[in-house]
Design a binder for this molecule. Structure first.
Ligand SMILES: Cc1ncc(COP(=O)(O)O)c(C=O)c1O
Length: 381
């Protein structure tokens, strides 16, 4: 077996041994009592993870993009308009999905590394009639975390449905669906849940479900939540074969999350983010993302002078840690480090030591053990 490297890209994330164990159980019938029990349990836990008191959870084979499509097509129809709050790369995708299905949108796009201010949302709503407003919570290209609670406050009593793309946030950063008045949270298995890729994951509020019920038909078959709802209520029924092993793994992932406790989990994400960032700053990197919107699930870091992207990432990989390159306009100028899911403090310390070894072998000068010390201080604060 090749030596496993620590996967610190912004998803997929490292998979906990308990989740690997669930995944590797013998495949059972999708309508067996075991699967019925596992899926039912996952749906209950999923609603707890996003603090949804009333609504419907839906888990289907797919990925985050399918979840985006499902969220949109089941809440907004042709002739209606939606607004996208885009913090970087993934907002445009939501608008593109709408366009494919003849659903028009407007986009409020922040500069990369920043977020759309809630005041701008307020101004945009004045005199306009949107059926839904969609925000990316954490943009995986820029590391920017949107003020989703402040958007919720603006949207209260607006009559708009509020959809959050939580692919890089849900389960790692607080999202309180019922309290905040969020109508759909969409996400995927491979980020903060720490499960291998393969599932589209959604929670619909009662209002979002009522909107779907009010639409006689939608331009979708597999993505129609009304086809899935009977299966979620009684998983012994058949619509389309679910990926049973992945669902078992996801159920185990949810158990791990709730055993840790969501408040504790959010706190661990905050500490780990702080540890990585203070270590990287001590080693000469700068955050690409503005200070007031740093995400707790990933960091996007600009290189110090003299450190070259390809050499840095390949040497770091040789030292046991995989990180991702920059996307789009910042490719080659930044690297992206995911720190979400079930990452432990000892994995953080290992990664920071590997960063130091990498920079030393590339000839970049820094104060001895500056990164390791900064990370330790943040973890024990
Ligand atoms: C914020 C966000 N939304 C949507 C997606 C799309 O998810 P997927 O790649 O699973 O289709 C991603 C993927 O990284 C993402 O980060």
């Amino acid at each position: 077996m090749p030596q496993e490297k620590l996967l610190l890209i912004p998803g997929p994330t490292p998979v906990h041994p308990r989740i690997i164990h669930s995944l590797s159980q013998p495949t059972v019938s999708h309508v067996s009592p075991t699967m019925v029990q596992e899926l039912k349990e996952a749906l209950v836990m999923l609603k707890q993870i996003v603090f949804c008191e009333r609504g419907e959870a839906i888990i289907v084979a797919g990925a985050g993009t399918l979840a985006m499509e499902m969220a949109l097509l089941n809440t907004v129809k042709q002739g209606e308009r939606f607004l996208v709050l885009s913090q970087g790369y993934f907002g445009q995708r939501m608008s593109d999905i709408g366009q494919c299905f003849g659903i028009d949108s407007d986009i409020l796009q922040s500069p990369w590394g920043e977020v759309v201010p809630p005041e701008q949302l307020e101004e945009q709503l004045a005199g306009r009639d949107y059926t839904a407003v969609v925000s990316t919570h954490v943009d995986t290209a820029t590391g920017a975390c949107a003020p989703v609670k402040a958007y919720a406050d603006v949207l209260k009593d607006s009559g708009c449905l509020y959809l959050i793309d939580g692919v890089c946030a849900t389960g790692g950063i607080e999202e309180r669906m019922t309290d905040w008045g969020v109508d759909v949270i969409l996400t995927a298995a491979q980020k903060c849940f720490g499960t291998p890729p393969g599932l589209a994951v959604l929670v619909f509020s009662e209002a979002a479900m009522a909107k779907r019920q009010s639409m006689t038909s939608i331009p979708a078959y597999y993505s129609d939540v009304l086809r899935w709802l009977p299966i979620m209520k009684d998983p012994a029924k058949y619509f389309s074969t679910p990926c049973v092993n992945e669902i078992r793994a996801f159920t185990e992932a949810c158990r791990i999350m709730l055993e840790e406790g969501m408040e504790e989990r959010f706190l661990r994400h905050q500490k780990i983010a702080e540890a990585f960032r203070s270590a990287l700053h001590a080693l000469g990197f700068r955050s690409f993302t503005q200070d007031d919107c740093l995400a707790e699930t990933l960091s996007v870091m600009s290189y110090p002078p003299g450190v070259e992207d390809a050499a840095f990432r390949s040497t770091l990989a040789d030292n046991g840690v995989i990180v991702a390159g920059g996307l789009g306009e910042v490719a080659g100028r930044v690297f992206r480090m995911g720190h979400m899911g079930n990452l432990s403090f000892s994995q953080v310390e290992f990664a920071v030591a590997a960063l130091e070894d990498t920079l030393s072998s590339l000839g970049h000068a820094f104060e001895a053990r500056a990164g390791v010390t900064a990370a330790k201080n943040a973890l024990t604060a």
